[in-house]
Design a protein around this ligand. Sequence first.
Ligand code: AHR
Length: 508
Amino acid sequence: MPSTSTMTAVVNADIAGPQISRHLYGHFAEHLGRCIYDGFYVGEDSPIPNVGGIRTDVVEALRQIAIPNLRWPGGCFADEYHWRDGIGPKESRPSMVNTHWGNVVENNHFGTHEFMALCELLDTEPYIVGNVGSGTVQEMADWVEYLTRSGEAPMSQLRRQNGRDEPWKVRFWGIGNETWGCGGNMRAEYYADLARQYATYCRNHDGNELYRIAVGARNDDFDWTQKLMQSISCLGCEQKRRSPYQALAFHYYTSPSERRRKWSATEFSEEEYYLTMASAWRMDEIIAGHSRVMDCYDPQRQIGLVCDEWGTWWRSEEGTNPRFLYQQNTLRDALVASLHFDIFHQHADRMVMANIAQTVNVLQAMLLTDGPQLVLTPTYHVFEMNRGHQDASQLPLHLKQAPARKEVGDGEISTLSASASVKDGVMLLSATNLDTTDDARLQLEIRGADWQVGAARILTAAKVQSHNTTEDLSAVSPQPFSDVRRDGVNLAVDLPPHSFVTVEVQLG
Ligand code: AHR
């Protein structure tokens, strides 16, 4: 017999917490499988509607979720990529072998100018990852100059020859990718010095201020974080050293155990579902662990924490190239995403950016393409429903009664999660019930302002395995939600099993 788990909490609508950076809703596009080619880029001669080769339907869909930044060109690909191969007339661009991702030939038709055009169409900030693993300091410094310098400098002239007069604005700059693994298999001590060196020569040209992001840890490798922090900041010193980079980016994928590549994206048991959620919850302790280490060296929180790869990682879909990492996306993936956002919001004081992997046709995608057809995944809808949190002020939820916990594997998880923020006089509440059979009730006492319940929506489906396809585009799509009401001083929300709900509350 289904029961109801209850969480009661208090929110002070007039005591705002830190700002939730919109960059926590960032994205990632790698030259991997069908993410760039087929996904974002089909070429100018394609019958699929495009602007300069970039798919119109993809741009329109992503503009609806206001993506704040797009990371490119990788991933592991970034440390094999030589940017000069991707500029100039397409017919004279050299090819290369994409050894990480299927040994396919990359023709470099999508390069710097195409990426910057994509960012302009999306109205998003570029986040470019430079090559440390197989590149040079000079090559990276030249790329920065090519993109951001005006006047008569050699790289500015080269850019002009390729048809772009004015420099672009580029803020986010990655100093390599996974240098502990595919980006060079380096030890932390070695990379700590390289990061300082590369970051030094990534100059600010003509008022373009770079925000340099060094490679952070894999998962919970707090030792990596400690070694990098030690190299840029001085524990206990009064005078701070000046850091050549501004943030550290760790990676964490939701993948219950190393068996992730064996698990199906769509056919999974209840046990696998809950193990997935336990793995997703780990993001909270991983961020907390890195933050604790960083606090020792940087108590003023001047160095940002970034997670520039997160999301689910399942077995590639049958019949596709296993190295293309193409997977379907179910309601389970959407609930993983909504849970991550609650966690990111909670850590808004240290977390400055997060990038889901990846935006189109790879891993936990927002969009799947099949020829001219486009599918919006359940995860896409979470980004859309949570749009209001971008750049809002976090409102901490003070727990009076924690929700019930459920035993999963060797531990236990909470099956109810929520977070809130305020922007322009509207509080946005997001709540997720992970339980597959039980309802959940959230009783939220709102203090510090008059308030009225506004629009509410729900994302759920018959099963956690439900997903959208070209035959059924809206099996999992947001619907208006009515099980939300005022109950005295409380906002009461009754969430059905496996659901994600957002409620707008007008503050008076
Ligand atoms: O997102 C797929 C890959 O996962 C990236 O290229 C790499 O950085 C990570 O291991």
